[in-house]
Design a protein around this ligand. Structure first.
Ligand SMILES: Cc1cc2nc3c(=O)[nH]c(=O)nc-3n(C[C@H](O)[C@H](O)[C@H](O)COP(=O)(O)OP(=O)(O)OC[C@H]3O[C@@H](n4cnc5c(N)ncnc54)[C@H](O)[C@@H]3O)c2cc1C
Length: 379
């Protein structure tokens, strides 16, 4: 059945679903409140190699990494590595603009959707009510429509980052650095070399994130030395979501997708892969259902595997926060791991897109954990 569909938000998820649904023959209109695509930017742009190969191509890659170096609060470090690159940073604005170029004719830029009636599938724009067969909410993490409709609990933390021009010293350009610190309880600081003397440094913290980032740049014992004097090129950020993902991503004739449905990895808040996987599920639901009233149910069913995976990951993150809940226990854990060859063994199985692969791998190599633990007790 041919449908008239409104999409709220021209982020990567809104634009991707718009392209897919128009290819299926539906009439699609995307409403974007900003006049430019991808701006204001909030995302660090870190995605896996397989994501880049499937969705991005080489055009928008800013850097490729084959190591992730993790630091404990006392700066004991461990490194996950692979022989070839497995993570990259992409230019999010370039990526979003390319998606826009494929469907600009259905997009209305600079137009905010103020309200949605989920029973009638209508939206209010500039005081005018417009009616559709379905409305898809891809509003991202702003959650204004989500807040006025389902209003679920959302675990989120403000994230801020800066692109800096500096003379990096003692930094491998093929290494992402992640610092667990007292300044960022339950989250972390990231440092991504982008090449050409530019580095992206950011953190997630529920208290004074900007002040903390400035403090980190000048006082953190490792970061301040690596960066030295710097010039700020830009400052950007937004809400980092950590779950819980919506299990029922619809209400009447309003569907939720991407950050608006909290479809993110709970460990890092990354939402590009999970959002685009949900685009595949929703497209399939449109393919399989001709009744507008059944699409939400079908979409929820097709997306259930992803939802359960994200829920399991959230339980793991909570467990990790319980086990390693003080800087001291985190230092101890890092010290045990760094003395074993566990990380080398895990590194070989590491799947950046599936955070469950880490505990699974640890369980499979439990003998290494036990022997390191005994060695740590003896020493
Ligand atoms: C600091 C930070 C770092 C991140 N780093 C990563 C990372 O490294 N890797 C990763 O995978 N993910 C990362 N993310 C998450 C990632 O940015 C999101 O998961 C992704 O952008 C979700 O895409 P989306 O299309 O759902 O939402 P968005 O990209 O937020 O797009 C939503 C769009 O909707 C528009 N909009 C909102 N409300 C309305 C309205 N009422 N009317 C009209 N338009 C509206 C907005 O202007 C926006 O353009 C990060 C997030 C933050 C905050």
């Amino acid at each position: 059945m041919w449908m008239k569909i409104a999409i709220i938000g021209a982020g990567p998820i809104g634009l991707s679903i718009a392209k897919k649904l128009s290819s299926l023959g539906h009439s699609v209109t995307v409403y974007e409140e900003h006049k430019s695509i991808g701006i204001p930017q909030h995302c660090a742009g870190v995605v896996s190699r397989s994501f880049i190969e499937r969705y991005v191509g080489s055009k928008h890659i800013l850097n490729r990494f084959n190591r992730i170096k993790l630091y404990s609060p006392s700066n004991i470090s461990v490194t996950l590595h692979d022989n070839s690159w497995f993570v990259g940073v992409i230019d999010r604005v370039g990526f979003d603009c390319e998606l826009y170029d494929r469907c600009y004719e259905y997009c209305c830029l600079g137009v905010r959707v103020n309200a949605v009636n989920y029973r009638k599938a209508s939206i209010e724009v500039n005081g005018i009510i417009k009616s559709y067969d379905l409305v898809i909410n891809a509003e991202g993490a702003s959650h204004r429509i989500l807040g006025k409709t389902l209003n679920p609990y959302v675990d989120r933390v403000p994230g801020i980052q800066m692109d800096l021009e500096c003379r990096l010293s003692n930094v491998d350009l093929d290494t992402i650095q992640v610092f667990f610190s007292k300044l960022t309880p339950k989250f972390f600081i990231w440092l991504l070399p982008l090449g050409d003397g530019i580095v992206r440094v950011g953190l997630g913290s529920s208290r004074k994130p900007y002040t903390r980032l400035i403090y980190v740049l000048s006082k953190h014992p490792i970061i301040s030395k690596q960066i030295g004097k710097y010039r700020v090129l830009r400052v950007f950020g937004g809400w980092i979501l950590r779950g819980p993902v919506l299990k029922t991503p619809y209400l009447g004739r309003l569907l939720y997708i991407g950050d608006s449905a909290i479809q993110v990895k709970p460990l890092t808040g990354g939402g590009l892969l999970t959002g685009l996987k949900s685009v595949d599920a929703l497209t399939k639901a449109f393919n399989e259902c001709s009744d507008v009233n059944n699409i939400g149910v079908r979409y929820a069913k097709l997306n259930l595997d992803l939802v359960m995976k994200l829920r399991r990951q959230r339980v793991l993150v909570k467990l990790l926060n319980l086990l390693v809940n003080t800087p001291k226990t985190m230092d101890k854990a890092f010290s045990i791991i760094s003395q074993s060859n566990l990380l080398e063994a895990i590194g070989r199985d590491l799947d950046f897109d599936n955070h469950e692969s880490i505990p699974r791998s640890i369980i499979l190599k439990i003998h290494l954990v036990i022997s390191s633990f005994i060695r740590a007790l003896i020493s």
